[in-house]
Design a protein around this ligand. Structure first.
Ligand SMILES: CCCCCCCC/C=C\CCCCCCCC(=O)N[C@@H](CC(C)C)C(=O)O
Ligand SMILES: [Zn+2]
Ligand SMILES: [Zn+2]
Length: 520
């Protein structure tokens, strides 16, 4: 499989002279604007409240036990096959497994547990200072289907260990977070920890089938109780290491929004007939032409108008020149960078609303002119676009009244969560990451897929999508793909991350910010 790296160094093929001419022309036109060399320099926190955090020391025996528990979780095939079909036997088995694996969590007087919609779980961990607004950690129990015959190196529900990695469906999506959160809480409770700030843990059972039963019912229960949250942390983004070429060192991308989505059905109906007397145009031909027009006319380039702009501005200082300069001045160069990023599917996803034709059905027999041809198009909506604008664009591009266009489901891009120095959730996550991995660059990111957290948007204005799962070159394809795996070390890091994060959330307020912007 081809590695979907950002071919940043293709920039080098852009001649220095053309770059300078463009820059100078635009610079003159925008003479009152100031060029910056690095917009991220000042974004560091000054001083944190002194804390007495317990540090997590894991001995060899505990290491073996925590890995055995994780493997057991992966071996339970909690597959969501579709919106209506899931493995309910496995979901019930998973419930029993959790109670056995984390006895302290299920027996502590500080923890209230309830089953929601039969298979989802909601935990409320009581804080000693009720004035501190609680937060929510989310993960999901279900996984997408996996077949060994697709090319897995190990059976997908065996949790086999190969070269210090555990292979299996759910190892990164999302049982590592689920088990990491509960294992961290188990360890904290064993050590006698009682949080100052209360928090919730929500484990949905049908995220891979849109979360309509699990997450949505957890939301309903929380709304009925009038819960308001300071922030939410769910799956989504990760630590990328060598995935963005030209970037010096690994980066933790904390998702501050996620793209919107739309599923649109296109259909053409005609009178059926004998294939010996074909009409000049068939339903298949008309529909195929419409689909081709959609593929040939991608949605407009919007790079720089959405939250993706912040990602590149934050990462700018980790690139060499000229990229550092370009990314630090996206007010000038975003059209240029957008053109480069659109060349690869992974980075194109950050540039525009994407259009994917995912299903095409027509015809029942070789000698019958088909009466109905149908195609499904899945669109992922850029944060500067709206669902309505996308539907209007499809209508204009198809431009054929014989093609019926129906919106099956869809939603706008999610609001953009705060990521400044006053942002409690973002800064707590950032501090927790940097305490563990001091050399990482932390930047806000956009989640190109959707997560259960979108159902919780009325409960918190700040939603983050992140876990410190390390993605190296080739790993992004393991997500919903073959050979999904996590290293034993990385799983242990996730436990430490949640263990520290929960304690870091106990601080009363963030330290005072300080800023400085270096200008040319
Ligand atoms: C600037 C380049 C940055 C590259 C970052 C790459 C990091 C990629 C890491 C993970 C891939 C994104 C996965 C996001 C989670 C998606 C979960 C999912 O599949 N959700 C479903 C939900 C649906 C409602 C069933 C979806 O289809 O989106
Ligand atoms: Zn997931
Ligand atoms: Zn998934």
């Amino acid at each position: 499989m081809t590695e979907p790296k950002i071919k940043i160094w293709k920039f080098l093929k852009i001649t220095v002279s053309s770059l300078l001419i463009t820059a100078l022309a635009l610079f003159t036109a925008a003479a009152i604007r100031t060029l910056s060399l690095d917009v991220n320099v000042g974004l560091q926190l000054a001083r944190w409240e002194k804390s007495n955090n317990i540090s997590l020391v894991i001995d060899q025996h505990q290491r073996e036990e925590l890995l055995a528990r994780f493997k057991e979780a992966v071996r339970i095939p909690t597959v969501s096959f579709s919106d209506t079909e899931s493995n309910t036997t496995a979901l019930r088995q998973f419930d029993s497994f959790l109670r056995k694996a984390f006895p302290k969590v299920f027996s502590s007087s500080l923890v209230h547990h309830e089953l929601v919609a039969n298979y989802s779980h909601l935990f409320r961990v009581q804080g000693s200072q009720p004035k501190l607004v609680p937060y929510l950690l989310l993960a999901h129990i279900d996984v997408v289907p996996a077949k060994e015959s697709d090319g897995w190196e190990a059976p997908p529900f065996a949790a086999k260990e190969i070269d210090d990695f555990i292979y299996g469906r759910g190892t990164i999506d999302d049982k590592c977070s689920l088990m990491g959160i509960l294992q961290a809480l188990e360890y904290l409770l064993i050590r006698g920890y009682a949080p100052r700030r209360g928090f919730y843990i929500g484990l949905g059972h049908d995220e891979e089938a849109r979360g309509f039963n699990g997450a949505m019912n957890i939301v309903r229960v929380m709304k009925e109780r009038g819960v308001k949250l300071s922030f939410i942390l769910d799956e989504g983004m990760a630590v990328v290491d060598g995935v963005i070429s030209g970037l010096d060192g690994p980066a933790a991308l904390i998702g501050i929004s996620e793209k919107g989505s739309a599923n649109v059905k296109l259909s053409v109906s005609m009178a059926p007939g004998h294939s010996s007397m074909p009409p000049r145009e068939s339903s298949i031909g008309i529909l195929a032409a419409a689909v081709k027009r959609l593929e040939d006319n991608p949605m407009p380039r919007l790079f720089g108008y959405g939250a993706e702009r912040e990602t590149f501005e934050h990462l700018a200082h980790k690139f060499g020149l000229p990229l550092k300069f370009i990314m630090s001045n996206l007010w000038l160069f975003s059209p240029l960078l957008g053109r480069v990023l659109e060349r690869k599917p992974l980075t194109n996803a950050f540039v525009r609303t994407t259009t994917a034709v995912t299903m095409f059905n027509a015809g029942v027999k070789v000698n019958i002119i088909p009466s109905l041809a149908e195609a499904h198009v899945n669109l992922r909506i850029h944060s500067a676009h709206s669902l309505q604008e996308v539907l209007d664009f499809i209508q204009d591009t198809v431009g054929d009244e014989r093609v019926k266009i129906e919106l099956i489901d869809g939603f706008d891009p999610l609001p953009i969560s705060s990521s400044d120095e006053q942002s409690f959730g973002f800064q707590i996550i950032k501090k927790t990451v940097l305490d563990m991995f001091p050399t990482l660059t932390v930047a806000p990111g956009i989640c190109i897929g959707n997560t259960d957290s979108r159902h919780f948007k009325d409960l918190a204005s700040d939603i983050y999508r992140f876990a410190p799962v390390w993605f190296k070159p080739g790993d992004v394809q393991r997500f919903h793909g073959i050979n999904e795996r996590i290293s034993k070390k990385n799983y242990e890091e996730l436990i430490v991350f949640y263990f520290n994060l929960i304690q870091n959330c106990d601080i009363q307020k963030l330290p005072e910010p300080h800023t400085s912007v270096h200008e040319l």
